[in-house]
Design a protein around this ligand. Structure first.
Ligand code: OGA
Ligand code: MN
Length: 224
């Protein structure tokens, strides 16, 4: 009997996942971005939150801009701290598994050719921000789809720290997203400038990027 119950709850979860992924694919196809509250499975969100809370502060380092030798720390642009997710923890590997199934789904639905994935935890202390930026630049053809997941169990209007997504270069108002536990935001990396408004309390999120395989152009281009 236990096995039957288990199977049926697993089937329910996978139905939920399939319909969520279908909505995300549809959002991206019609508008280029998707904002989905309560998207992360509860067990996954809970374990990422616990892992994030347990992680010692020294595992984080000051976030920079760019990669490799182009890596720059620039307090004018961003002040958060980050920790790359390698899959060494149970929570991290469950996250990588879940995002890999999202990647497979989107590749089947939208033919995006997503190939690799890189992601990091981010911690914004009170006052921290990330100014308006793009995650990828046209023509560089590497980061294709950005994904952000939030890990804050409660978050009020007075807490600040919203993600603001702008539909184009000229837009000033933007769409504000409250960084509430379980919310998942995905958007085409080259299309949407965005920023993180100063947070008034500790703010936790995961930011990740699906990339195409740019090494087929002959350049050696590891994920990070
Ligand atoms: C990023 C980013 C958004 C967020 O790390 O590039 O835009 O809400 N993060 O944490
Ligand atoms: Mn960004």
């Amino acid at each position: 009997m236990a096995a039957v119950r288990r199977v049926s709850s697993t089937a329910g979860e996978s139905d939920f996942k399939q319909s969520l992924f279908a909505r995300i694919a549809d959002d991206i196809e019609t508008q280029g971005y998707s904002i989905r509250p309560a998207a992360l499975p509860e067990a996954l969100a809970g374990s990422l939150l616990l892992h994030q809370q347990a992680m010692a502060a020294e595992k984080y380092s000051r976030a920079g801009i760019g990669r490799g030798e182009g890596y720059l720390q620039n307090e004018f642009v961003r002040t958060d701290e980050i920790c790359w997710i390698t899959g060494n923890s149970a929570a991290g590997s469950a996250w990588l598994e879940w995002t890999a199934s999202l990647k497979d789904f989107l590749n089947r639905q939208l033919f995006l050719g997503l190939f690799s994935f890189e992601s990091h935890f981010a911690h914004y202390q009170p006052g921290d921000y990330y100014k308006r930026h793009y995650d990828a630049f046209r023509g560089e053809a590497n980061r294709v789809l950005s994904v952000v997941a939030y890990l804050n169990p409660d978050w009020g209007n007075a807490d600040g720290g919203e993600l603001v997504l702008y539909r184009d270069d000229r837009e000033r108002e933007g769409i504000k997203v409250v960084p509430l536990l379980g919310t998942l935001v995905t958007f085409l990396s080259e299309e949407f400038p965005h920023e993180v408004l100063p947070a008034n309390r500790d703010r936790y999120s995961i930011a990740g990027w699906f990339r195409v395989n740019s090494s087929i152009t002959g350049r050696v281009d590891p994920p990070r």
